[in-house]
Design a protein around this ligand. Structure first.
Ligand code: FAD
Length: 503
């Protein structure tokens, strides 16, 4: 039978996809969004939409029998992970041979599980990373637009200085200052008014109840409350959940057909749909978008795609580490899950690092200072199509991660030296002091100006666009979602102004 038709089809519902959906809907174009995860709006038997972090259930992770949290151990004990039953849970850990990538699954993508840190990159580094993009337009128009649309706000500095919930940040700030390092406040999309009401006992707790990687039940302005709500409000946008796009092909008339498996809550494919479209917007994230295009090229479905599809991937130099503080430097049993401060040593040309001061909310004093460092790692990975599994394999070696580790180590050695402190060995498995085997910030794979033109138009497939983190070549120097959002806004403005005619 003839495929269903949508004038515009968007794959995924993370940052890039959500911007595309809203701007298409506003332009009066009927748009269908396909998202492989579920819509997170219905409370479970316990009355909450997302499961408690301390007692994860099937809602926590994407089709697993046991959770796979980033910090696997505490005091070397396997106390963190729990057995669960398979279900389309909100957090996924995609395991490649020598690198794991954490991603969000569901309507809102990464916005459902991330730390909400909303950081605008340094202008000089942005210009270096994306030289095709006019920085004036970005910094005058699209970054402010993205921040406004995402609901970015900042912690009240007076409350920050007084509250027990950010004692962990203040201790890390002190230790950084002792080493001559600068710290900066970092904006967030979590509603700090709500957080203060949580602290005062006037609102249900979420950031102050340990919630983040398995979803926030309150307070977080995730995309389903911002861009995607606005997109649905245009009346032109429909979101189909539990639809996993698998293949893309081009029809003789220049339209595209996407094959998608509709799965049920057990993961079984209950229907395979074909949906045709005049314009296709890929927002399945760095991994998802790259895999779709790589598969299309390698299976011959879209043979004219660039050889650059699958290249230019990076971890944003992510590396985690923990320091052990002295007895008198307590970090507090109570910690907000939303980071609000970073050590900013990016202007140190010899060793640029931006390190988020991360919480470790266990509910008890543990004297640990935890960090997610973003380093400048020039190493890049490449995806290869594996016909046997019909999936993308990532060529990225442990040695490539050591560049990030060495850079982070330089910074934290300096902090440890000045404070007479040491690293923690019990957090990442194998007595490792640096977590070098996972990233939260997958970037690249379909890089702007390489696999696409300067506005995300896919080379060799007119009418197909990349809108997400796959466009950014492996590094942006800060947490990436503000950049992904602003770049998508810029590209959509251009595409809607110039490529509109054929809808
Ligand atoms: P995503 O947000 O990953 O969205 C892609 C969507 O597409 C997903 O919903 C996915 O389910 C769907 N999809 C994938 N493949 C298919 C398919 N074949 N068919 C249908 N749907 C598909 N960034 C920050 O800036 N600040 C932070 O504080 C921060 N903290 C983080 C903490 C964690 C634990 C994690 C995992 C990430 C964090 N990030 C943070 C990173 C940030 O969330 C990502 O950079 C961002 O979500 C990427 O946006 P995107 O539009 O590229 O894709």
């Amino acid at each position: 039978h003839a495929p269903d038709h949508a004038p515009a089809l968007v794959i995924g519902s993370g940052y890039g996809a959500a911007v595309a959906a809203l701007r298409l809907g506003e332009a009066g174009i009927r748009t269908t969004v396909l998202e492989m995860g579920r819509l997170w709006d219905t409370p479970g038997p316990d009355g909450t939409v997302f499961c408690p972090t301390g007692a994860p259930d099937r809602r926590s992770m994407w089709f697993r029998t046991r959770t796979e949290a980033p910090l696997a151990t505490f005091l070397w004990l396997d106390v963190v992970n729990k057995d669960i039953s398979p279900y389309p849970g909100v957090l996924d850990r995609v395991r490649f041979a020598e690198m794991s990538v954490y991603v969000g699954r569901g309507v809102g993508g990464g916005s459902l599980v991330n730390g909400g840190m909303a950081v605008t990159p340094r202008r000089d580094y942005f210009t270096e990373v994306l030289p095709q993009v006019d920085p004036a337009e970005m910094y005058d128009t699209y970054f402010p637009l993205a921040r406004r649309m995402l609901g970015v706000n900042t912690v009240d500095p007076a409350w920050f200085e007084a509250t027990e919930w950010y004692r962990f940040s203040r201790i890390s700030r002190k230790h950084a200052a002792n080493a001559g390092l600068k710290t900066v406040f970092v904006p967030n999309v979590y509603d700090f008014g709500h957080m203060q009401r949580e602290a005062a006992g006037q609102a249900p707790r979420s950031a102050l109840a340990g919630e983040v990687i398995y979803g926030n039940n309150h307070g977080k302005r995730s995309l389903d409350r911002t861009y995607l709500a606005a997109a649905l409000g245009t009346g032109n946008v429909t979101i189909e959940t539990l639809h996993r796009a698998r293949a893309v092909r081009r029809q003789p008339d220049g339209s595209y057909v996407v094959t998608a498996d509709r799965i049920d809550l057990t993961g079984r494919t209950v229907e395979t749909r074909e949906i045709s479209c005049s314009r296709l917007f890929l927002g399945a994230g760095s991994l998802g978008t790259t895999e779709l295009l790589l598969r299309a090229r390698e299976t011959g479905a879209l043979p004219d795609l660039s050889e650059r599809v699958g290249t230019g991937w990076g971890t944003n130099g992510n590396v985690m580490t923990g320091r052990a503080n002295h007895m008198w430097d307590t970090v507090g049993a109570n910690q907000s899950t939303m980071p609000v401060m970073g050590i900013d040593d990016w202007s140190n040309a010899a060793n640029p690092v931006f390190a988020e001061i991360a919480p470790l909310p266990t509910g008890l004093e543990h004297w640990i200072s935890l960090y997610l460092a973003i380093t400048r790692n020039p190493e890049r990975g490449t995806f290869r199509y594996d016909p046997a599994t019909d999936s993308a394999r990532l060529d990225w070696t442990r040695a490539q991660s050591q560049v990030s580790v060495a850079s982070a180590k330089k910074l934290f050695d300096r902090i440890n030296l000045k404070n007479a402190t040491i690293y923690r060995y019990d957090l990442f498995g194998g007595n490792k002091t640096f977590a070098d085997d996972f990233t939260y910030h997958p970037l690249g794979g379909c890089v702007l100006g390489q696999a696409t033109d300067a506005y995300g138009r896919v080379r060799g497939a007119p009418g197909v666009y990349v809108t997400d983190g796959a466009l950014i070549p492996g590094s942006i120097g800060v947490n990436p979602f503000v950049t992904i959002t602003a770049l998508a806004e810029r590209n959509m403005a251009r595409v809607l102004a110039t490529d509109h005619a054929a809808y």
